[in-house]
Design a binder for this molecule. Structure first.
Ligand SMILES: [Zn+2]
Length: 241
């Protein structure tokens, strides 16, 4: 299956947290969207691999993406090793997305910075004939997506563009609630983490509000692009209404 958009995230729940509203919007627009989680989050303080898998399935259903795959790479050890990068290359060549998304390279979690570098390298190598990969025993053709956009995790950056997610904000929050072991959940016992505190949920809501405000909307999600993006003013003026 060919995809329009493919999101690479280090841990299950990262995609929902950083761009769940955008994902729900793209799906609703009738485009084909996939998420590839690089690890199962087995180093997480709360929840187990099994409980996190179930939560991921529930969140995936809420967002309605066509494909959700886990690469089973080791949590806590993401880095642009050639064998890891080639696994990302395989997925890019398999799904041929027009646009891919990755974590921004400057972040608090080493796996996010590692995943960012892995995806950037994979995007380049996927387009080289001499980088050989195979799918079910058959050699894969070279393919390079048009664009790589970075999503925001803990650290903030000056965005290149912001997506209006006002109509999809509730869906984003529902997809996050599916991760009952990870985020604020008064019914759950166990150690607190950076993201399980009520304050973190409040922060996510406030941040979406701040980026929404920047574009004159209620809620927004920010993205960064290294490369310049063309703007078709004819389409944009229509969009403005
Ligand atoms: Zn993460």
């Amino acid at each position: 299956m060919k995809l329009d958009y493919l999101i690479f995230a280090a841990h299950p729940d990262d995609a929902e947290l950083a761009m769940g509203g955008t994902i729900a919007k793209l799906v609703d627009q009738g485009t084909k969207v996939g998420i590839i989680d690089l690890t199962r989050g087995e180093m997480g303080t709360r929840g187990t691999v099994e409980s996190r898998d179930k939560e991921t399935q529930a969140a995936t259903k809420i967002l309605g993406v066509q494909i959700r795959v886990n690469l089973n790479l080791p949590d806590g050890h993401l880095e642009p090793k050639r064998e890891f990068v080639l696994k990302v290359v395989e997925k890019i060549r398999q799904y041929k997305p027009k646009i891919i998304f990755a974590p921004h390279w400057n972040d608090r979690h080493p796996d996010h910075t590692g995943a960012s570098r892995m995806v950037k390298e994979a995007m380049f190598f996927a387009g080289l004939t001499k980088i050989e990969t195979s799918l079910e025993g058959k050699p894969q053709e070279r393919y390079r997506p048009h664009k790589l956009f970075y999503f925001m995790q803990t650290y903030e950056f000056e965005p290149t563009f912001i997506v209006d997610i006002s109509d999809y904000f509730d869906k984003k929050m529902d997809s996050l609630k599916a991760y009952g072991t990870q985020f604020f959940n008064p019914g759950m016992e166990g150690p607190e983490t950076f993201i399980s505190k009520m304050n973190f949920t409040k922060y996510i809501i406030s941040r979406a509000g701040v980026y929404g405000f920047h574009i004159g909307k209620e809620y927004g999600e920010p993205f960064f692009s290294d490369e310049k993006i063309e703007l078709d003013l004819k389409d944009y003026v229509k969009y403005l209404g």
